[in-house]
Design a protein. Structure first.
Length: 455
């Protein structure tokens, strides 16, 4: 019986504590990665580890307090943004950086340390508070050897201009311990018919910082390309070995042309501001003196003190008005000029030539693809284009305009045929079955045949 009473008392007390004492529990708190490990840190370098503090319940604003226990790493490690990181309401992930500066005179050996992160409410609450935390172990080792490990993740060629440097943008993960650049970047340039035009090479390449992912630029001088759209087969070399290959599309824009744009006063006024200012000033002073003299003549009978006061007030008023006038005149006479880039003109290929009229003949064309029936026995010449080159999805893209960066409006099947209504150097303009027109690269066609319409 006594035991039963004790049991009931314990249950009632526990329920009371749960009901009347608020409890703060920060569920699902952690940090990733769970540890920092690097066994090839070179002396005198800086190693940066990006980390994410995460939590599953973002309903409360917390402060993550970093408590380091670094041992021999003390003085090497710093934290950004600080050792007290705010976790705002609504944010489940907050980034931090752990920065390790390896002294140039550090001993060559293994180093260990750790730090803890404790999450506490920014505002104090009453009751039981269970503080969640995480521990991060640090295991580092220094070396005097250089480790070379460049991983090329991506390469692209942004639009460039005639007679200017071409840039190849590289995304590189340097897993080594030395700042390093690829030894060479090679770009094989092709026109849209995939005919090779030039092979461009450069060793003018920015270095990728050790230990981190970074954006790096390679500069190609004197590319010699004229305005147009091209394919670029990019190869990136480290040492004598090709580490990355990719085919991209890029544009060369017409040579930059600048023109002078001016605003303000006409040039003749702006160039003669000083004579105009002096003339206007002398005229203003002469009128002021004349008017003042006339006023003094009119008020000879006025008392001396009153005359002097009136004169001073009048002169002060004129001076203020004169200064305002001068400022206004100077502003009006000012002329500002600057240079502006003239927008590039459209390529001649963008002009859409009209279909030619040929009596009694209607050619037909197909895109590496199936024939279409003749719907009109007019005497306009058309060509049929048979579709050829295979893409990843085994279809051929028909574009809204004659540019590979334009919207794709149709995917043509192998063997499909279309009427060609216009031709440029590298494109065919075709008519789709729904009456819409689009543009097809010539390198997607395998043959052109003419169809003669009988009388």
């Amino acid at each position: 019986m006594v035991n039963m009473k004790k049991l009931l008392f314990t249950i009632v007390l526990s329920l009371s504590l749960l009901i009347f004492l608020p409890e703060t529990v920060h569920a699902g708190f952690g940090i990733s990665p769970a540890g920092i490990t690097n066994s090839s840190l070179k002396k005198g370098t800086q190693y940066v580890q990006d980390m994410i503090i995460s939590r599953s319940d973002p309903d409360e604003e917390l402060v993550a307090i970093i408590e380091p226990d670094l041992g021999e790493l003390n003085g090497w490690v710093t934290f950004e943004p600080s050792m007290n990181v705010t976790l705002p309401v609504g944010e489940t992930r907050v980034p931090i950086k752990v920065i390790v500066n390896i002294p140039a005179d550090a001993a060559t050996k293994n180093y260990t340390g750790l730090f803890r992160i404790l999450a506490t409410p920014k505002e104090k609450v009453k009751g039981v508070s269970i503080v969640k935390g995480a521990r991060v172990d640090i295991k580092l080792a220094t070396t005097e050897d250089s480790l070379i490990d460049l991983e090329i993740r991506a390469a692209s060629i942004p639009d460039t201009y005639e007679k200017e440097e071409m840039t190849v943008d590289l995304k590189i993960q340097n897993n080594g311990n030395t700042n390093l650049a690829p030894s060479k970047v090679e770009v094989t340039v092709q026109n849209l018919l995939e005919k090779e035009i030039a092979v461009l090479e450069t060793d003018i390449i920015e270095q990728a910082p050790a230990y981190v992912f970074s954006d790096v630029k390679a500069i190609i001088k004197n590319h010699g390309l004229v305005a147009g759209e091209y394919y670029g087969n990019i190869k990136v070399f480290v040492g004598g070995e090709s580490r990355y290959e990719n085919k991209v599309v890029f544009n060369v824009l017409p040579e930059k042309v600048f023109e002078e744009v001016c605003s303000g006063a006409p040039e003749v006024i702006s160039n003669n501001r000083l004579p105009i200012f002096i003339g206007v000033s002398l005229l203003g002073l002469a009128l002021t003196a004349y008017y003042t003299y006339k006023e003094m003549q009119k008020n000879k009978k006025m008392q001396k003190n009153k005359k002097l006061i009136n004169l001073l007030v009048f002169i002060f008023f004129l001076v203020i008005m004169y200064l305002v006038f001068i400022q206004d005149v100077i502003g009006v006479m000012e002329r500002k000029c600057w240079m502006e880039l003239v927008p590039p003109t459209q390529n001649s290929e963008d002009k859409q030539p009209e279909a030619t009229s040929v009596p009694l003949v209607e050619p037909s064309s197909s895109v590496q693809g199936a024939e279409t029936e003749k719907t009109d026995e007019s005497q306009t010449t058309f060509d049929e284009l048979n579709v050829g080159l295979t893409t990843q999805d085994s279809k051929y893209r028909v574009y809204e305009t004659n540019s590979l960066s334009a919207n794709v409006i149709y995917l043509a099947e192998e063997g499909e045929q279309f009427k060609m209504i216009q031709e440029t150097a590298e494109w065919y303009r075709i008519e789709l079955s729904n009456g819409q027109t689009g543009w097809l690269p010539k390198n997607s066609t395998k043959d052109v045949e003419q169809i003669t319409v009988p009388d």
